[in-house]
Design a protein around this ligand. Sequence first.
Ligand SMILES: Cc1ncc(COP(=O)(O)O)c(C=O)c1O
Length: 429
Amino acid sequence: MTSRARTDLSRYRADFPALTMKQDDRPLVFFDNPGGTQVSLAVAEAMQRYLLTANANVHGPFLTSRRTDVVLEEAHAAMADLLNASGPDEIVFGQNMTSLTFAFARSLGREMGAGDEIVVTTLDHDANIAPWLALQERGVVVRCADIDPADCTLDYANLHGLINERTKLVAVGLASNAVGTINDVRQVVRMAREVGALVYVDAVQAVPHFPVDVQALGCDFLACSAYKFFGPHQGIVWGKREHLERLTAYKVRPASNELPSKWETGTQSHEGQAGTLAAVNYLASVGRDHMEHYQDELKLLDGRRAELRAAMLAIRDYEQTLSRHFLAGMQTVPELTLYGIADPQRVAERVPTFAVTVPTWTPQQLSAALAERGFATWAGHYYALALVERLGRLEGGGMLRIGCAHYNTAAELDDLFAALQEIVTINPS
Ligand SMILES: Cc1ncc(COP(=O)(O)O)c(C=O)c1O
């Protein structure tokens, strides 16, 4: 085993007060991470500090307003570092990924007309499908790329076949919120560029798990959500400056035309940005402990960008050990069916998010039985509607989703599989 594979991140559990919670004297175990992660203490403290010492509207001459301006500037800079953006003005904060994506789709739609086409994928969360479907009212045609149902990977040949001279935009996820597949977005960008189409990436389920670099991906927009990466409920979109400048934003007339204010409609959640800044700085602190392991991969980066990359590489490597552990655990409960990449040799192609079913139990019954035993999981389609429909699981209540974050441990997975072994021997009531 390499030193990287041994990377143990359990020491960071101490940063997350929620991980000490108990239910009936048993520790609560959080496998609901794709639905939302726990926050580090620093995040909660930063939000409290903002509200108690800096709470004001922006651009005033007085102390709290000046403090607010500083927090918001720092939050934009932190997100620019996390995503490797060209600058903080390419970072747009908003209510959540879904609302921001509807806003960008509406603005991008102004450049499209009847007969223009958009390609979405079956693997995506509906937040990267419905906003594009809404442009059908302008006569835009939306086509949906298929998956290989055997392992829930994108069918790239099918996707390529849907792209043509009329394609104006491809909307694709970086990692699936349901089955964990990581998509080859660079390949999708190459396909889109053949016809000059833009690429809008949903990275909500990628940012908590591995380095996300908008320059390396080569995309045009990339959306994520801080509550999925240990921060508060807060949406973020990175957009290439040329697009953010060119496109018309739906905004009130007195609001600034400067970037990024033009896109940040209304009064923002300042405390949310304070918390997001703290979440990014938490990740940077993880990275500082791992810089020496990843020297080769940190070339050309310095300061917080290097720290964040080291953090996300360490998290990726540690989570791959969790994925392998999960896939080995599957063998101990033969009643379980896994949807998605099951080969332990292929854990680099997935994030540690697993969708499973058991023949005699509905996913909802399973999730409830696990909840009684202190495990937080989700059942249903989790808005990955097209995928769950494609897998023929909509009628049966979807799947049970078990999603790890870097604060989960192999011991927690052992406890989960022990609980599942016990549950499947019972007849559901
Ligand atoms: C892949 C993916 N995209 C988009 C969203 C929506 O994000 P938000 O809740 O910030 O609107 C989610 C939320 O679960 C998600 O998992």
